[in-house]
Design a binder for this molecule. Structure first.
Ligand code: SF4
Length: 399
């Protein structure tokens, strides 16, 4: 029933190699991919249940599903309105330009995943509603945009998961970028090493994809595979480790990132183990994100106060080389807001915050504070300290 509203997909590898079936329903990977009771409100579950029972209610069911989706904040952080690039006044499909140096590109054929994460902040991409979807049919508009904006050095190819595409398709999206000198880094956001490592090892065109990676590296650019790893188990299998070896053998760099999710990885020891395994496999630990305010957020959310504690307890266990990781970080409207810690002062308790990335480059790296809250789980639930500089206050409160 819940999968009528939220997308559901799983594959044989996840079922047979990642889920511990002796620990259902608490198993973290089971929670990661299988929709659960409680992800929707009791009222919404009831409405769906009543309507699903009778085929005569088909139209009403469809309207109810649309209504529930629209209340689940399908495009968090203003992605749909704020980040749409324009060329000659025309909005460009399948792209976002939020930070000066980076453009996100959503190749049309890469807007699915090998399996779907129940918490996915891009869930709206997968529910078959064209209005909720970003997708570019080909890179021609991207190329024109990049030519007109030489300050863009990084293109993040994302989805969905671009690695669901055949190598031939992927090549058709990536090779045109190699003709643009100002593009210095191509990033590929993917969860395929976790959900389908065969993509780089045994798939029919696995070798070809590695040759494509080599070609990008040989062009003198950085190729960064932004690997989405949620739990240390995803790096336990031989084939996942083999996939990482093969990717790294092309000269590509691999970074690890994931959100902190209740019932999946809200555990400091799990994060410490994940980052140690990443380091051991040559993956640079990069971000622990805060779960975004979208989809079944209430089911998965972890309050910021708890998130800081988990991050710090995990970080303390790491060798220096794994302390490349940053977190917990909110990808919010003004930019990436890191919660650096909690400060107890004579004036009260505060969160120490910092913009790691911002629409306005002048704000990057500057610390600020918000009053402590036990329950706040997103930046818009925080009350900024009275001393917050006006420009930061304006950016953050524009949320
Ligand atoms: S792999 Fe990424 S894009 Fe795909 S469902 Fe999971 S979080 Fe969403």
């Amino acid at each position: 029933m819940i999968s009528q509203v939220l997308p559901f997909r799983v594959n044989e590898y996840v079922l047979s190699s990642l889920i511990d079936w002796t620990n259902i329903p608490d198993d973290p990977i089971f929670q990661l991919v299988f929709p659960q009771p409680g992800m929707l409100s009791i009222e919404d579950e009831k409405r769906l249940s009543v309507l699903s029972g009778d085929p005569a209610n088909k139209l009403q069911l469809r309207e109810t599903v649309q209504d529930i989706r629209s209340r689940l904040n399908p495009h968090p952080s203003g992605q749909k309105e704020l980040n749409v690039p324009r060329l000659d006044g025309v909005e460009l499909a399948g792209m976002q330009h939020k930070y000066r140096e980076t453009v996100l590109y959503f190749p049309g054929q890469g807007q699915t995943c090998h399996a779907y994460c129940t918490y996915c902040f891009r869930w709206a991409q997968f529910v078959g509603d064209a209005d909720l979807k970003f997708a570019a049919p080909d890179p021609s508009q991207l190329v024109e945009y990049l030519k007109a904006h030489p300050q863009v050095t990084d293109v993040l190819v994302t989805g969905g998961d671009p690695m669901v595409m055949s190598t031939e398709r992927l090549r058709s999206h990536l090779e045109p970028l190699l003709a643009i000198d100002s593009v210095r880094t191509i990033r590929i956001g993917t969860k395929s090493v976790a959900y389908w490592p065969q993509r780089f090892v045994t798939d029919q065109d696995a070798d070809e994809v590695l040759w494509l990676f080599e070609k990008i590296v040989d062009s003198g650019r950085n190729l960064a595979v932004m690997g989405h790893f949620s739990h240390p188990r995803e790096l336990e299998t031989d084939i996942a480790r083999r996939a990482l070896q093969r990717i790294r053998s092309t000269g590509a760099l691999v970074y690890g990132q994931a959100p902190l999710i209740g019932r999946v990885n809200d555990d400091a020891d799990a994060w410490a183990e994940l980052w140690r395994r990443e380091l051991g496999a040559g993956v640079v630990p990069y971000y622990m994100f805060v779960e975004r305010d979208t989809g079944p957020h209430d089911y998965f959310k972890v309050p910021l106060a708890q998130a800081v504690g988990i991050f710090q307890a995990a970080y303390r266990q790491l060798p220096g080389l794994a302390r490349t990781v940053r977190g917990p970080v909110m990808s919010a409207k003004p930019g990436k807001v890191a919660v650096d810690g909690i400060e107890d002062t004579p004036q009260g308790k505060f969160f120490q915050l910092r913009l790691l990335q911002a629409r306005d480059p002048e704000l990057v790296g500057r610390p600020f504070r918000a009053h402590f809250s036990e329950t706040a789980s997103w930046v818009d639930e925080l009350e900024l300290a009275e001393t917050t500089p006006a420009d930061i206050r304006a950016a953050v409160q524009g949320i």
